[in-house]
Every structure is written in structure tokens, then in C-alpha cells.
Design a protein around this ligand. Structure first.
Ligand code: SF4
Length: 208
């Protein structure tokens, strides 16, 4: 999935522990990368193609993660580099990133983003690296929801075996603090619309 860094940007703004605590939802990950595309493919079966009442009904059943799941990003960068993928950025998120980087919105779009669905996707630098990844995520405090919610995505949390597959790719899985069932469901609800956009793009030819 997409990984992006930008040589133009020198500052490094990864959240430290205190910042992460303050940010709450941002505590759980780095950038979301190629894995999203691949896991979207893996998770397509039975997912449904619209959110409908699905998201609202998520709290109504039992899950393998009812007692929570541990995760702490080790900042290894695996999910921000490597194979190409899609990192969706909606307009409001792009605007926050531009403000954070102190560059005009138009410059951000021209140099670092590409059009995707009703928003953008983060451009990739050499060897599939996220253009915002440079020895760490340079937009960490304002990273897109897709990155913010990793690894607690629908396709990763739909079963214990799916979660185990993520563990193979992400060394942060199983470490760190315990995320509660409620937090995990919140992340799944937040990231699911993006998941659908990527799935539709992959399986419906990328139309709007
Ligand atoms: S620990 Fe996981 S979330 Fe953090 S950078 Fe590595 S692969 Fe990405």
C-alpha cells in the first residue's frame, strides 16, 4: 500500500508516548500501506459492499477480541514501505496535512497526492515508499484515518486467523497496551468506509 515520504519535508513528527495518549485514536499505528490493498482483497468475501446498518450493528455480537487486543507500533516502517498500495486521503485530511506541513493545499496535491475516488491517494516515492515516510512518518499527528486505525481494520479483525496473519507482517501486533473491544470496534467503524472505497476500486475498475 502506499507509502510516502517526501524529501522536501525535513521535519520528523512522530508521536511519542505522551502525544499518543493525548491523541487517543492516533495511538495505534503508523502509516497504512500496501497491506491495505492486499488485505482488502483477502477480506472481500462476505464483506458486503455497502456500510448500510452494518457499522451500527457491529457492537451487537461477540468477537474473538472481546477481551481486547494488544498493539504498539514499533515504528519499523514495514507498512509504509515496500509493495505499492493505496492510502486514501479525503479532502479534509489533505487540508490538515497541508497545514501541518505549512505548505499550500495545491502544492500538497500537486506534489504528493493523486486523485482517487472522491479524494486522493498518497503518492509513492522510490521502491514503493510512502512519500510521507522518511525515517518515520512526517505527518504522524495528522495522518489519514486509514493509517490511524491500523491494524484494527475490518479485514484484520474479522477473525482470529485474520489477526494472526497481520501479526506475521506487523511486529507491533501482540505488544503494548490492550485496546478494548469498544476501541477496536470504533476503529473498524472509522476505517470501513475507506476499505469499501479500495475494494470498489480494485473490483469495479476504479470508477468514482
Ligand atoms: S510495527 Fe506495524 S504498524 Fe508499526 S511501522 Fe511496523 S508494520 Fe507498521
Amino acid at each position: 500500500m502506499g507509502n510516502r515520504a517526501v524529501s522536501v519535508i525535513n521535519r520528523r513528527n512522530r508521536a511519542d508516548g505522551n502525544e499518543a495518549k493525548q491523541e487517543g485514536i492516533q495511538e495505534n499505528g503508523l502509516t497504512f500501506s500496501y497491506g491495505f490493498t492486499m488485505m482488502a482483497q483477502n477480506g472481500l468475501k462476505g464483506s458486503g459492499m455497502s456500510a448500510g446498518g452494518f457499522l451500527e450493528s457491529l457492537p451487537d455480537r461477540a468477537y474473538f477480541f472481546d477481551k481486547g487486543l494488544r498493539f504498539a507500533c514499533t515504528q519499523c516502517g514495514t507498512c509504509c514501505t515496500g509493495e505499492p498500495g493505496i492510502v486514501y486521503v479525503e479532502a479534509d485530511e489533505a487540508s490538515r496535512i497541508a497545514s501541518f506541513l505549512e505548505i499550500p493545499f495545491e502544492v500538497l496535491v500537486e506534489r504528493m497526492l493523486d486523485p482517487f475516488k472522491d479524494g486522493y491517494t498518497v503518492r509513492e516515492a522510490e521502491q514503493g515508499r510512502c512519500i510521507f515516510y522518511e525515517n518515520g512518518c512526517v505527518v504522524y499527528p495528522v495522518r489519514p484515518v486509514q493509517c490511524m486505525t491500523f491494524p484494527f481494520w475490518f479485514q484484520n479483525t474479522r477473525s482470529a486467523s485474520a489477526w494472526e496473519e497481520v501479526r506475521v507482517r506487523c511486529p507491533g501486533v501482540g505488544k503494548g497496551r490492550l485496546f478494548t473491544r469498544e476501541e477496536i470496534i470504533t476503529f473498524v467503524q472509522a476505517s470501513y468506509p475507506v476499505y469499501l472505497k479500495v475494494v470498489e476500486f480494485i473490483y469495479k475498475g476504479g470508477g468514482g
